[in-house]
Design a protein around this ligand. Sequence first.
Ligand code: PLP
Length: 460
Amino acid sequence: MRANSLIELDREHLIHPVVSWSGHEKRGATVLQSAKGVMLTDSEGRELIDGFSGLWCVNVGYGHESIVEAAAEQMRRLPYATGYFHFSSEPAIRLAAGIAELAPGDLNHVYFTLGGSDAVDSAVRFIRYFYNVTGRPTKKHMIALQRGYHGSSTVGAGLTALPVFHDGFDAPMPIQHHIASPYPYRNPNGSDDASVIASSVAALRDKVEELGAENVAAFFVEPVQGSGGVIVPPDGWLKAMREACRELDILFVADEVITGFGRTGPLFGCEHDGVVPDLMTVAKGLTSGYSPMGAVLLSDTIYRAIADNAPAGKPIGHGFTYSAHPVSAAVGLEVLRLYTEGGILANGQRSGAHFTQRLQAMESHPLVGDVRVRGLLAGVELVTDKQKRLKPTADLKVAEHLSRLGYEKGLIFRAFADDIVGFAPPLVCTIEEIDLLVDRFEAVLDGLLEIPDIRGALAA
Ligand code: PLP
């Protein structure tokens, strides 16, 4: 089928996530056709370096035959096995055991979902159940960070703190609360590490005190905030928040949907600070996007408390038809093997160090206000006045220009609405591919500077 007729069909029938529906009708889709390694090809035949791993997920890069084989072999042998009625399947069992072995501390119990949103949703349900069966039914309120993203399920969208996920959707719920993001570049309490950490811990304590600890169930946090503009907290920040949760007697939930599976260097983002959460949510890199799967991990303590306190013999009523899907589990097992024995985790660490160096060198560019990077996860915040940290005004349409220029220069990144550019290149990137990516990004920023309105808005 010709690309034009595909684009027409898309316009007429396919609803896209997180776009203006009428805006999409006008613009039309960019149809992706094929991919290999870190390169994508669209229906126009244009080659693009994927600086965003699809949607922060294709960590192992495209075109791994061994993953295709693992999926095909599982489809031939047993394409589906329910987890209901005590049934199980070999890949699901092995993947759960493999994750438990690699995850921090005693996160030894894995409930598989289809992605990140339902992992967060499942975490919320398990937390409610935990407090109800352990005799503390008033603990219902949940706290998360401003600029946080925890998916777009009915409950998770309220933990998320990005306005487009709330506006018109009756979110957040009255039991969902947000405290300030650490956001060192724009933290009103000071951007040095100690001030950032102290202000976040104080904000959490104040919020729990306001609500009453007996009413607060949990704190949800991304080790590095992703969709909120890649906010990298200072070293020690996550540990301090974890300790505060312990003292305040609320559960600490690490949402590692983006940071899991090598994105920030170690296998899990929590490892950076030596943190062991009570619950952890993962998705994306778990199968590297080759098939849908997520998971929520429970610590021994939470799991045992639920198992031992639930009414004897009564089913715990939480389940999805496709939980622990054997094909996705087979994919997950092969992806896990590629990270570890296949050396992809180690490659990501090497390339991440080079990426950090190259991006940090861009701080001298006239449009770059802040570069924040951890491993292969980065945000570059654009400003028109470095001194005053002034954001470009809306009429300059920077995000729109960024997307157009990125496409012209053959680079995919995320142009967030508030003039932050997000990067999450595949962990298989070679040093040369990182150089190509950053060179193209420089060309994109230089292209922005050639636009008279943008050049004119720069502080002298
Ligand atoms: N949590 C975090 C931290 C995420 O970044 C995302 C997605 O980007 C989600 C949850 C939701 O995952 P999904 O889009 O797979 O539902």
